[in-house]
Design a protein around this ligand. Sequence first.
Ligand code: COS
Length: 388
Amino acid sequence: MIRDNETQTLLEDSIRRFVRERLVPREHEIAETDAIPEELVQQMRELGLFGLSIPEAYGGLGLTMEEEVRVAFELGQTSPAFRSLIGTNNGIGSQGIVIDGTPEQRAHYLPRLASGELIGSFALTEPGAGSDAGALATSARRVSDAQGDAYVLNGTKRYITNAPHAGIFTVMARTDPAIKGAGGISAFIVEAGTPGLSLGKIDQKMGQKGAHTCDVIFENCRIPAANLIGGQEGVGFKTAMKVLDKGRLHIAAVAVGAAKRMLRDALAYAMERRQFGHPVAEFQLVQGMLADSKAELYAAECMVLDAARKRDEGRDVSVEASCAKYFATEMCGRVADRAVQIHGGAGYISDYGIERFYRDVRLFRLYEGTSQIQQIVIARGLMRGAEI
Ligand code: COS
């Protein structure tokens, strides 16, 4: 749903200009230095990029899902590290509070997430619980003593995006050890700097330099009982799944954006690079790769928009979000591979940037649920709705 076409067009135009004029020229530097300079972060704050999906009542832009994915199509057209910095505040790092938080939790944290003063992070994955998120082992034990009502957290979270920069963490932990699966899990807000919370060393990754992940370790980390999201135990896994339904659509849109960029670069190269006396774009085998990329990209874009509109209608889009994430990220991987191929030897050389994209977009098929997890969600949805 687009609430106002004119405002939406202005927003997309300003983000497109920001991406092309400010971010694209800095891509190589960010990959080299593994850091996004504060001056660019400040420009992102001024554009409202940290609060795209946070309701207007809390200082965000309150974009609908369709508006958000259209913005993500633009943001995706540069190094994914830039999107990653604002991504958690708009997605997994804030939506637990937006969707299931109490009015007090929303009022306390969302304005600072929307402004970019605070970075939010989502701590679900553990060393022993990745795809099987319901098996997580981090514990949250309720205590009541002279210091008040609290939970004491113990455990380790792994590969946590933006953890080195985060001001708050949405943490899924087991409040009921007797329930082994999803029903024993609750979601909490934990502030950085809480005694007992520490960070591991920053992970060395295949790509996405400038975006940082690390372990988040809880050792007798005591947090106020009021930081239980929604004030209800046992529903934290469902909160996480609802957050991921939305997050998966966002990642699908980012994958569409990245594929657009890679296809544009591959096309420009193919039209300029001459072999056998002709631009290589005139050769039909190269045209086949360009055409396949365009057709698949178009399909993914339509799928993402359709799923986003359905979500805006208030429908359950768990299956559609997984379809979109699965198809769009796999498509993006194929486009990346063809883009390298079209560049030939130059595709393997850092100066041309395409090999960096090839590595960067590999993550899309892994995080917020691997392609295989999306297949499971889709197939289970089919079985639930089967007419037999
Ligand atoms: N929205 C709301 N509730 C949901 C839901 C959703 N999208 N998906 C599942 N639930 C609920 C189920 O209805 C069930 O509730 P009841 O017990 O009341 O029936 C509960 O959550 C448990 O669901 P389920 O039995 O399907 O859980 P599983 O342990 O089988 O796990 C998968 C389901 C595999 C889909 C889940 O673990 C998953 O998404 N794993 C990947 C995690 C991931 O994406 N990690 C990335 C890290 S975050 S960057």
